[in-house]
Design a protein around this ligand. Sequence first.
Ligand code: SAM
Length: 283
Amino acid sequence: MDKRPIASVARTREILNTYNLRAKKNFGQNFLIDVSVVARAAEAAHCEHAVIEIGPGIGSLTEQLALRAAHVRSYEVDERLLPVLREELKDYDNIEIILQDFLECDLEASVSELKNAYGGVNVCANLPYYVTSPILFKLFEGPKDIEYITVMIQKEVADRFSAKPGTADYSALSVEAQCLYKVKKLFTVPRTAFSPAPNVDSAIVQFHRKPDVTADPEFFALIRAAFQQRRKTLYNNLKEYTGSGETAQDILQDAGLESGVRAQELDVNAFHALYDAYRKRNG
Ligand code: SAM
C-alpha cells in the first residue's frame, strides 16, 4: 500500500504521469494537491455514515472520506478516471465509484438506499465549477435526508451563498439557500492548492439543512422576482410580478413591510412573511 496520500504533490504527479492523464477543462478538472485541505474538508463533512461525492477526479478527497466514512459513493463523469480510481483506491473496501453524470442520477433512490444501509448520508465534494449551480440546486431540491452538504466552490460564489442582508453579495441565490440551510463559509483555499491552478480562489462552504423546510418552486420564483431589478423597490418588482400595483401594496402591508423597502434589505424571515402574504392572494 502506498502510504503517501493521493492529494500529496508527489503522488498526484506520479498518478498523472503513470496514466498519461491531462486534466480536462470541459469537465472542470482541477485536482487538489494539498493534503491538509482535503483532510480538513473530509473532517468537517459529518461523513461517519455514508457520504456521496461528486467528481472524485483521481481520488484525493475520496481517500480522505474513505478513512472517515462507513461508505463512500462517488459519481464521476470522465470514464478515463475509472481505471485510475480502481487501482489507486484498491486498498479501501468502502468506496463505490459510479460512472455517471451526477445531474442524471436518481438522487432520491440513491439517498434512500444509503440511508437504509448506513443510517445516514451527507455530501462532500470539490465541485466542477462549470456546473456548480445545477449540482447545488439538484441537492437543494432533493431529499431532505441529506443534513450536511460540504462543498468546495469558487470563493465569489461562496460569498454569495453566505452573504448577509444589506451587502452587495446578497442575492436571490443567498435567500434561496438560507431559507433551506444554515450556510457557513468554513475556510478559503488558494488557487495554488490545485493542479492545474484555476484563475480564482476557492472556499469550502457547508450547508446545514434546517428541519421541516422544503424547497418550494413557487417561493423560489417569488424570491427571484423580488430581486428582478436590484435598483427597484420591492413594490415595483412585485407590481411587475403580480401585474397589479394594488396587489403588490396589499402583499407588502400584510407582510408588515415598508413600501420603499428593497429585496436586498430583507432577511429570510421577512421573505417567509412575504410569501405567506403572497399565497393568501394567489394560493
Ligand atoms: N475531487 C477531485 C479533487 O478534489 O481533486 C476532483 C475535483 S475536479 C474540480 C471536478 C471533478 O468532477 C472532475 O473529476 C470531473 O471529471 C468531475 N465532473 C465534472 N462534471 C461532472 C458531473 N456532471 N458529474 C460527475 N462528475 C463530474
